[in-house]
Design a protein around this ligand. Structure first.
Ligand SMILES: Nc1ncnc2c1ncn2[C@@H]1O[C@H](COP(=O)(O)OP(=O)(O)OP(=O)(O)O)[C@@H](O)[C@H]1O
Ligand SMILES: [Mg+2]
Length: 417
């Protein structure tokens, strides 16, 4: 029997996948949840699924909306899916990007539907802080008692949990809540005067545009016939609402995630989105991936034992076929200097077997790099700090951007506040 071109491509798109991964990639219409532990190929499944949908002709590229949590992940997904189907980097017009990118594209195209001026501007976290500092001053509030960042993060939490300022104002018993509500109102008014939108506003504004303009809703829905979401455990209420609003009649949503890797609780991530997936999307097919491709057995065993203590979880098994692997060591140091010294001793020992480029020291916060940096410098071991100040936040870059914004949008006084 002769194979059609579509079938041949489809076959190739299932190469390099294990049977459960294939099942997920080739799943037809209707909701699909891929629930699996770290390093089990969830992202790989999503990439292959995008390619497979296009490659076997089930979807036109422009009917696909795939969302990730970082730009880097989006770029990788786009490039790898494109390679699989020999498409250009644009992936034939499929949308692959972050929730914010998705929202921004929609708002730029239909600002009026969201009640925005044609040339609205986006404010980043430093702009936000600048605005809030001024408001706090105007209100005569002590910044020690009401730090701008804290107030903003409170407001952000409310927005992402879809709570309104009115609901806060009703909680009259608490003075602090009343203050936050008042600050929130003023902050909103100030943004409106400036024609500015912050990151949290974007999704809410998209929802507004979708409900106020049918043509906009129809167009966005057409482009989201096939919805795919990576790191689903990190979605919040607002994002879930948006996904539900644009979901096709067939319920074509693919979510992949791991409830044990939820890292955005503090900004409103809603674990129930993944825990109650089948209730939210009736008829959902659930695939569990159990083979881990990243780690050796000793590492899996230790991490498995640690996360077994997590409260909200569906539970999962993980195995690996990677041979060997050294046992995991626990070293409790009396202080940070001893800790750094011990780690650097290990690095120097390992150096005879592995290149430095394959070693990494992880820490919880940026401030903790210091003793390690000192110790490494003393021993003349070259190192690189990853994830410090981000490029866009460096002073000289911010200045350059402010001037550019003023050129594009002279009324954008905010850039210089
Ligand atoms: N079937 C497979 N055969 C070989 N390698 C695989 C297979 N599936 C996944 N991998 C590899 O395993 C590694 C982890 O895959 P991937 O990043 O997709 O996992 P993940 O579940 O998304 O991880 P995380 O939980 O960290 O997001 C990658 O290097 C990937 O290429
Ligand atoms: Mg992943």
């Amino acid at each position: 029997m002769q194979m059609g071109v579509a079938e041949m491509t489809a076959d190739r798109l299932l190469e390099g996948l294990n049977p459960t991964q294939r099942e997920a990639v080739a799943h037809g219409e209707g909701p699909l949840l891929v629930l699996a532990g770290a390093g089990s190929g969830k992202t790989r499944v999503l990439i292959h699924r995008v390619a497979h949908l296009i490659g076997r002709g089930a979807a036109e590229p422009f009917e696909i909306t795939a969302v990730t949590f970082t730009n880097k992940a989006a770029r990788e997904m786009r490039e790898r899916a494109a390679t699989l189907i020999d498409a250009g980097p644009g992936l034939g017009g499929a949308f692959v990007g972050t929730f914010h990118r998705w929202a921004l594209d929609i708002l730029r195209r239909w600002p009026e539907a969201a009640g925005l001026p044609r040339r609205f501007s986006i404010i980043d976290s430093d702009d936000q802080r600048g605005l809030m500092v001024k408001i706090l001053k105007d209100e005569g509030l002590d910044p020690k008692e009401y730090p701008a960042r804290k107030v903003l993060s409170r407001i952000s939490g409310h927005v992402n949990r879809m709570e309104s300022v009115k609901s806060l104002e009703k909680r009259t018993g608490d003075v602090r809540i009343q203050v936050v509500a008042r600050l929130w109102r003023r902050y909103t008014a100030r943004k409106k005067e400036l024609g500015a939108v912050d990151f949290d506003d974007m999704l809410a504004l998209v929802l507004k545009a979708l409900s106020s303009d049918r043509a906009v809703a129809a167009s966005v829905k057409r482009r989201a016939q096939w919805l795919l979401v990576d790191e689903f455990q990190d979605t919040n209420k607002l994002q879930m609402k948006l996904l539900n609003t644009v979901l096709s009649e067939k319920g074509n949503i693919t979510a992949v995630g791991d409830e044990d890797q939820s890292i955005y609780r503090w900004r409103g991530a809603e674990m129930d989105n993944i825990l109650d997936f089948e209730r939210s999307f009736p008829g959902a097919h659930v695939v569990a991936l159990e083979r881990n491709y990243r780690s050796t057995a000793p590492i899996l065993k230790v991490s498995g034992a640690l996360i077994a203590a997590n409260a909200q979880r569906r539970g999962k098994k993980l195995f690996t076929e990677k041979d060997g692997g050294e046992p995991v060591q626990l070293f409790i140091a009396p202080g940070e200097r001893e800790e750094a010294r011990w780690v650097c001793d290990r690095i120097e020992t390992l150096q005879s077997k592995y290149p430095l480029g394959e070693m990494a020291v992880l820490m919880r916060t940026n401030a903790q790099t210091r003793p390690f940096e000192e110790e490494l410098t003393r021993r003349q071991v070259p190192y690189r700090v990853v994830g410090g100040l981000r490029f866009w936040q460096r002073a000289e870059v911010k200045d350059a951007l402010a001037y550019l914004r003023l050129v594009v949008r002279p009324e954008d006084a905010l850039a210089f506040e």
